[in-house]
Design a protein around this ligand. Sequence first.
Ligand code: F6R
Length: 628
Amino acid sequence: MCGIVGYYGPQDPKDVIVSGLKRLEYRGYDSAGVAILNDGKFKVVRAPGKLGELQKKLETEKFNGALGIGHTRWATHGVPNERNAHPHKVNGVSLVHNGIIENYAQIKERLRKDGVEFSSDTDSELVAHLIARKVKDTKDLFKAVQQVLPELTGAYSILVVWEDQPDTMVAFKNGPPLIIGVGEKEAVIASDVQAIISHTKKVMYLEDFEVAKVQGNKIEIFSATGEPRKKEIHQIEWSAEQVEKAGFKHFMLKEIHEQPRAVANAIAPHIRLDSKTVQLKNVGFSVNSLDELAKVDSEKDALATAEKLKGIERIFIVACGTSNYAGMAGKYLLERIAKIPVECDIASEFRYREPVIPPRSLVLVISQSGETADTLAALRLAKQAGATTMSICNVRHSTIDRESHGHLYMNSGAEIGVASTKAFVSTLGILNVFSIYLGRLRQAISEQQEKEFVDALLAAPAQMEAVLAYDRFFAEASGRLKAFRGLLYMGRGINFPLALEGALKLKELAYMHAEGYAAGEMKHGPLALIDERMLIVMVAPHDNHYEKTVSNLEEARARGGKIISIGTGDDPALKGISDFYLSLPKASWTINPILEAIPLQLLAYHVADAMGHDVDQPRNLAKSVTVE
Ligand code: F6R
């Protein structure tokens, strides 16, 4: 959380930094600020609230230097106001920080004893003080950073500049990402490639405890103890257009509409169209690092993947939020198709519950951003326990992607709306692929069954296109839907995680009370919630749970609840007991969740929009949760 941008080069740093922050605003929007060189001094301009407030302040500001840093904040220490906004400036040292300094209290106490006065309540300001004190002696920003590094514990990525070296910025990290864009006579450092792609597609990824020094056009990377590091330069695959709204009112709506393509892109590398079989392409078990993955021999890697996964006896799927719900659906897929036991855990629980990870376990972590702190910690714990690990990430070269043994990709393209949409359906696509692959490997399904599952998967993108037509329905119905006191989402089997996901979307966007339940649990408590002010969203496609789900719906209806049901094709029975019936194309049980996700997302989107909420940036949230 929090977004950082730094720029050195011939363009106006104000424009580059503000446009970069705009693209990073999904990481936090409690306040924003810049420190940009002007007449040899770093002028700091900060504003509480969203970036727009800072932009208003900057309208009349002019800067004549070539260097600047900026920040958009998700508050951890200190309330969101101007005083606590970054950059923090101490005696010519200006600094922006993403993360949490865990030994903040000890550092503050020590500084206080030395008579230091603080101008904010943040942990970040303390780091500026530490560097400002060191630089008095070292007369060199890089050296001062090196000396301060051992004093910090916690998760941080930091960018710092100093007036006495007005051509230099220094970046260092432990945890949250920092990426260095290597342009022609310019350098952009940012928390995410999205702030870099309009300038250059060549990037270097800073590792934990590395220090980057940008001095003029020269970019150098060192270890924490000062040994020079040679870094690979990577090419970003996303385009600048992908991070624009392309005529949609919100990124989220654009991303909902991009979902058919996202699923197609996720599954395409792994499906052989001629034989309708699944192969896992370039998972990386034959190589030791992501840098080598780019050049992997596909045949050799396929053998290594089969070898590695053949002996797996249990799978743990670990993730947070929406990624966790995709993982829960994955449990149903893997157990039914590949006949392998699967446990699905919330990462923040898994990492602290002392899980028993037997030998021959695969720990599969799912993360759109690839930076979620709890998921990363769970991955590290699994590696320590000796498990084979795999990740499903959207952001390539993210920390989770880099640290896992095997790699599968969502291939969704940039997801900017804070609420995850296309990454969810892409993950469901990949989990289908993975289940079919393991099913064949473990001889749990026949060739014929494999073909049928693959056919169903290949049909999904076109079926999703058809479901997108519900956009108009929800745009029109949102006025009525927002009047309900609360929503109860229900489903059975693989549709149960979809009920949870539907409820999460509504909560985070519309700030309305919503619960997701396994339909069979109704009688065990939630039925008491139902009256005519409660809207029930029942996910009831034609599958082996259908009959039971319909009787649960009858029970809810008898208690006065209003009903939206999501079913398959023309279903007079379901229609007859629903106030609104939404029909999905006939699909395999494995694909239904991908189709169901769309009306659930559209419902939340349009209700939130009708309530006047900022759909792309829901209150109190940030997209990339890099602190626990
Ligand atoms: C909800 C949402 C979050 C994320 C969660 C995990 O719409 O976006 O619940 O799914 O924070 O994020 P990643 O997948 O980046 O690890």
